[in-house]
Design a protein around this ligand. Structure first.
Ligand SMILES: *Cc1c(COP(=O)(O)O)cnc(C)c1O
Length: 378
């Protein structure tokens, strides 16, 4: 099977994990903090708060922005369900903004129109850098300033990506950026995630919600400390902590990130070249001033041929996929809201196929994929 995404674990990763296992603290120790600092440094953000999944990071990100019952959150329908679920965990209401055809990212134009016509302005917008291609963050930031909503970047696809002069994760245009370290993502900790921010208060809240809402910091307490044993629960938080074992793996993996992003980009160029003459195949849009992390390579094909292409690639043991079924299609979302189909979202979904792209593959694997697609579409 040629998978659409797969981790690379090498000897130094294994040694780092063994060292963590042999250390006195296998959770709540120094390696988690080192990993947080390393990721924050890499992205030029001020703070990183490590948790045990990207989904947990999205959840505490919403909580840290005070999202609660009846608040309105807007997001993109073309994402993994977790992007919208995090708002529902906070009892907020979710609505969807249409996407742009070229990237599948939230459309700035659709967002602007929806804001102009809205009877209620959302408290929060969650954007997704689909496939690792940054959204138009400067324009989204401008709109957030004009209308007064907060912004979370779900950057689970976009560790290593760049928008203009800023790495994704710098939070230059958002309140919080969220990463996942699931094995299909750019680097892995097994399961894991991180929320990045440049805001002191938000960082403090993220840490609080990660660990039961409990603090041992006297400056945060209501009233004086009663002694060395004393702590206070200030909020209803969770146990979303990342163990040292996982952080050690992440820290080791991070060293390879730039090389892997380089390989992902060279594989993407290969696909762009090889498939550019296939009739009916539309390749992902690129921008001179944005570096895509190429978590996924999403091509668009004739909707009438999509199932045939998908099935044939699968028959050849090629792990193609569809990213994503619009979130509002899911029966759960149909049950809780009256979501109308969005025009470009539906068009995009009817055409997309994700073809394998990750550093664990060889150029020969990629050639196998392009040969079959060329055969079917010729
Ligand atoms: C992977 C992913 C998540 C969830 O991350 P987990 O670590 O699996 O919880 C959320 N949003 C997007 C866009 C993702 O790709």
């Amino acid at each position: 099977m040629i998978p659409y995404g797969k981790q690379i674990i090498s000897e130094d990763d294994i040694e780092a994990v063994i060292a963590a296992l042999k250390s006195p603290l296998i959770t709540q120790g120094p390696v988690v903090e080192q990993f947080e600092e390393a990721v924050a440094d890499y992205c030029s953000a001020k703070y990183g708060v490590a948790v045990n999944s990207g989904t947990a990071a999205l959840h505490i990100a919403c909580l840290a922005l005070d999202i609660g019952p009846d608040d309105l959150v807007w997001t993109t329908p073309i994402s993994f369900a977790a992007t919208a679920n995090c708002a529902l965990y906070c009892q907020a209401r979710v609505d969807f903004v249409d996407v742009e055809y070229g990237t599948g990212n939230i459309s700035v134009q659709a967002l602007e129109e929806k804001l102009l016509n809205a009877s209620e302005i959302p408290k929060l917008l969650i954007v997704v850098h689909l496939a690792g291609m940054p959204c138009d963050m400067a324009k989204i930031h401008q709109l957030s300033q004009r209308y007064g909503f907060r912004v979370i970047e779900d950057a689970c696809h976009a560790l290593g990506a760049r928008y203009g002069e800023y790495k994704i994760g710098s939070c230059q245009y958002s309140d919080i950026t969220v990463f996942s370290f699931h094995p299909v993502k750019a680097i892995t900790t097994g399961e894991g995630g991180m929320a990045l921010t440049c805001d002191d208060t938000i960082a403090q809240k993220l840490r609080l919600y990660r660990s039961h809402g409990i603090t041992r910091d006297e400056t945060q307490m209501e009233g004086p400390s009663e002694g060395g044993w004393y702590y206070q629960q200030l909020q209803l938080g969770f146990n979303y902590r990342m163990p040292e074992i996982n952080a050690a793996l992440g820290l080791s993996q991070l060293k390879k990130l730039d090389e892997w992003i380089r390989i992902r980009n060279s594989y993407a160029s290969f696909y762009q070249q090889e498939l550019s003459h296939c009739p009916g195949v539309v390749l992902p849009q690129t921008f001179d001033d944005r570096l895509c992390a190429y978590h996924l390579f999403i091509i668009k094909v004739d909707p009438k041929l999509r199932l045939k292409i998908y099935n044939e690639l699968r028959e050849h043991d090629i792990g193609v996929n569809v990213h994503y079924i619009p979130i509002y299609h899911h029966p759960y979302y149909q049950k809780i809201g009256s979501y109308k189909p969005l025009k470009v979202t539906e068009e995009f979904y009817s055409q997309i196929i994700t073809i394998p792209l990750c550093p664990a593959l060889s150029l020969d694997d990629l050639k196998k994929v392009t040969q079959i697609i060329k055969q079917i579409t010729k």
